[in-house]
Design a protein around this ligand. Structure first.
Ligand code: ADP
Length: 477
């Protein structure tokens, strides 16, 4: 069993010397009644006093105690009592006592210094560990925690008690425990790094990179583990976001590829047909018809490419939006006229109710793009049912509504269809890039307006509402 001394107190110099003087006096007071019995070892209690003073107060006070007790002991405890005669007995007693007591006092003082050095190095380690932004803790191979830094306590909310009872292991995400535990219990391990989730005091888990280092004894056995954990949550999140973005990009490229391929194939077929007909000069009308279809396909291709360009401009913040007074009523009517033929082909009755002379404050070309997108969607998803387009002044703004009676939108999709690449339909049933509403929202919001959708659900039709700023001066005129 190892003898464990209580840590020496820190004593100011004056108190240390007061102790150095008081101790031999006390030892003398205690020795006087014993004088007849300890005749042969008169200095017994002074040895004890010198050792204690060396340990409690240090080298200097220890030596003062030795000197004082040599004098006091020789005077009072070595016959003839109460006199210094420098007899042989007195010289022998003092001569034996002083070197032995000096050695004892010095040994005790060096023990004290050892303690002080250890305490200083521990304080140094604690300050260093507490200043670290990493979670640092040490534990025995049994799993009992020993020490944790302040960052660890602040993060986990665990104090030394929970640490000692192995609570730190319970803070690790259950899925990560086996990996961590394997590293921990591997006695031959040279240490390792592993990623794991650690529970925060509020119950949420965050990712950390943990470095485990074993400390070994002379026989090579692990005596304790040091763990230092660096938070890598932001890195993990950005990796996940990057993976999602790559997934979305790949899915988008496949959709865009198909969309661009369709009008290209159609145009090619028409050109090949026209080439065959060209030899027959009399069939000029058929050639013209085919060329018309080629033009339509190329127009479609052009508008798809425009969408892609808009997306890249928006992504780089380069989509220019003018602000000027324009005739919004005229814009809406123009768009509806433009879609008349497409609506007729789809069997959709386009019904228009536009208040005349509504003047907006914004970019007519961009607003036209928004209206065209919503009307085109209403025709595309409208199941050949009538579509109502209306424009009114309402609450100091222009309110445009486009209502169809088509496939409708599931409640879960309402929130996401305005996001980039988001679609609520399968590409097998409806073509599209999933970008029209995203671009529309960007334009409307940049113009100081709002866009919203409502639908009672699949098969129940959809209602898109756009509110845009009015040009107050033109409107008042
Ligand atoms: P796209 O039509 O190319 O898919 P949009 O951004 O224009 O892209 O529309 C996103 C999604 O919103 C569509 O895929 C569709 O699910 C849904 N949507 C848009 N307009 C309507 C509508 N009028 N009726 C039903 N669903 C619609």
């Amino acid at each position: 069993m190892r003898l464990r001394l209580p840590p020496p107190p820190s004593v100011p110099a004056a108190a240390a010397y007061a102790i150095a003087v008081a101790a031999p006096l006390l030892a003398l007071a205690a020795s006087l009644p014993l004088r007849p019995h300890v005749y042969n070892v008169p200095f017994a209690l002074f040895f004890l006093a010198a050792s204690i003073v060396g340990y409690v107060a240090g080298t200097g006070p220890g030596l003062v105690t030795v000197a004082m007790s040599a004098v006091l002991g020789t005077y009072w405890l070595v016959p003839p009592y109460g006199a210094l005669t420098f007899s042989n007995a007195e010289i022998l007693a003092a001569g034996l006592y002083v070197p032995v007591a000096t050695v004892l006092a010095l040994l005790a003082a060096s023990l004290r210094e050892g303690y002080a050095r250890r305490a200083a190095s521990e304080a140094w380690f604690r300050t260093l560990a507490d200043a670290s932004p990493q979670l640092v803790f040490t534990a025995l191979p049994s799993g009992a925690g020993e020490y944790c830094n302040r960052t660890y306590s602040d993060y986990t909310g665990h104090g030394p008690e929970q640490l000692r009872s192995g609570g730190w292991l319970a803070s690790i995400h259950p899925d990560d425990v086996p990996r961590f535990h394997a590293a921990w219990t591997d006695a031959s391990s040279e240490g390792c790094t592993t990623q794991l989730r650690i529970r925060r005091h509020d119950g949420t888990y965050r990712w950390f990179l943990a470095a485990l280092v074993p400390l070994r004894d002379a026989q090579g056995g692990v005596v304790r583990w040091y763990a230092s954990c660096t938070e890598i949550q932001a890195q993990k999140e950005s990796e996940e976001a990057k993976a999602l973005a790559i997934e979305a990009r790949d899915a988008f490229l496949s959709v865009a590829g198909h969309e661009l391929r369709t009008p290209l194939t159609a145009a090619l077929l028409q050109i090949q047909g026209a080439q065959r007909l060209v030899h027959d000069v009399e069939d000029g009308e058929a050639v013209a018809r085919r060329l018309g279809k080629v033009a339509a396909s190329i127009e479609r291709l052009g508008s798809l490419v425009d969408v892609l360009l808009d997306v890249s401009r928006l992504g780089m913040g380069k989509l220019a939006i003018e602000r000027r007074s324009y005739d919004l009523s005229a814009v809406v009517e123009t768009v509806v006229d433009r879609f008349a033929e497409e609506a007729r082909r789809a069997g959709v009755a386009l019904r228009v109710d536009v208040e005349a002379g509504v003047h907006g404050d914004g970019d007519p070309l961009r607003v036209e793009q928004v209206v065209a997108n919503l009307v085109s969607n209403a025709i595309k998803y409208g199941r050949s049912q009538p579509v109502d387009v209306s424009l009114r002044r309402a609450g100091g703004r222009a309110r445009l509504t486009i209502a169809d009676r088509g496939i409708g939108i599931a409640p879960g999709d309402l929130g996401r269809i305005f996001d980039r690449f988001e679609r609520g339909v399968s590409e097998r049933h409806f073509g599209g890039l999933g970008l029209g509403l995203w671009i529309a929202r960007q334009i409307v919001e940049a113009s100081g307006g709002t866009i919203a959708v409502s639908s009672r659900g699949p098969g129940e039709g959809s209602l898109f509402t756009v509110e845009l700023p009015l040009d107050a001066r033109a409107d008042a005129a």
